[in-house]
Design a protein around this ligand. Sequence first.
Ligand SMILES: [Zn+2]
Length: 412
Amino acid sequence: MITSNSILEKNASLEEMIQYVMSNSPFYQNHFKDANVGDFESLPFTTKEDVAAQNERFCCVEMSKIAEYVTTSGTSGEPITVFLTKNDLERLAENERASLTLMNGSEGDLYQLLTTVDKQFMAGIAYYLGVQKMNAGIIRQGPGAISAQWDSILKYKPTKLIAVPSFILLLLDYADKNGIDYNKTSIDSIICIGESIRDNSFNYNLIGSKITSKWDVKLFSTYASTEMATAFSECKMQNGGHLNKELLHLEVLRENDTHVSNGEEGEIVITTLGVEGTPLIRYRTGDIAAFWSDKCKCGSSSPRIGPIIGRKSQLIKFKGTSIYPQSIYNVLMSFDKIDLYHILVDQIDMTAINLKILLSEKEVDADLLKELLLKLKTKLKVAPELLLVTEKELKKHIINPGKRKPNYITFL
Ligand SMILES: [Zn+2]
């Protein structure tokens, strides 16, 4: 029996996690008070709103046991704080060691980290700890500073980069303009975080193809979130991100909360295993992806999820069809001249929608406008209002100093 303030054993089971939160989490003691805790699938879900509204009540340990405070980026809604104990950091390191190993990593590798380890960002320290745990090396370049990234690649000869894919496009652009022959560098693969590089058939999407058409490197896709403190990473076969069953329990659910079958899309719902500080039970991530339960070509039978198709809350319902913002981004990104855009969505009711796309008058002329509208109509069956605005006004919508990521969409 797990008593109050006890520490979890490694590889805790689902039953042990339920016992643990019932002993230690003020939120779950109340949330499950009328539930049959012996029947996992009957337990009520936990939502982002629950965590945002009652953040401290999720914490299962005394403040003195908290080793790290990390936060979510607040891409959707209020940022959430996740409290990590020393054992949680160890779990995070093991998670990333296993992920990096799956993505062809070994102790002979040298990683260059192009994300921050500051600003309470979890992924940065997770990668750092994982690289240390696998006895490989790391160069913490952090985000930005493109010339310093290349200096470091040429000087230290790292084998792998850990980066946001759209930043790699900026690196390539700089290299082209400054005579750096990236195909002669030591880099063999890039671990991609934060953005999708594949379409639903596991082929490279626009960003993925743009990078690999120039640079002969292997791209690995990852999906992770601060709340789950676990990553789904591709193996060498690259057909979906593998679940680490020791660290996470996964459910992928239809709109009516039943389980999807092999190849079907649904919402990712997770239960953290072995987390001491901020464990989550049946947490609705709001992320939609396809679920694969058939055996992977790598031989592993651990389930996989496909690229994230969108966030449930961002589904745009339009005259009987439903689209995710990513499909609009894909059309916009297929135009080389368009770098800046912002979508305004006003969903009036189930059938009526007001969809506007703001574009830069500097980048888009009348001909391009016509071409873009035609492509949106044929690809997505939508005809949004396209508005040309000044670059300054457009950037006001995209760049928010309080957020880690640029914002390309606003739901009015
Ligand atoms: Zn595999």
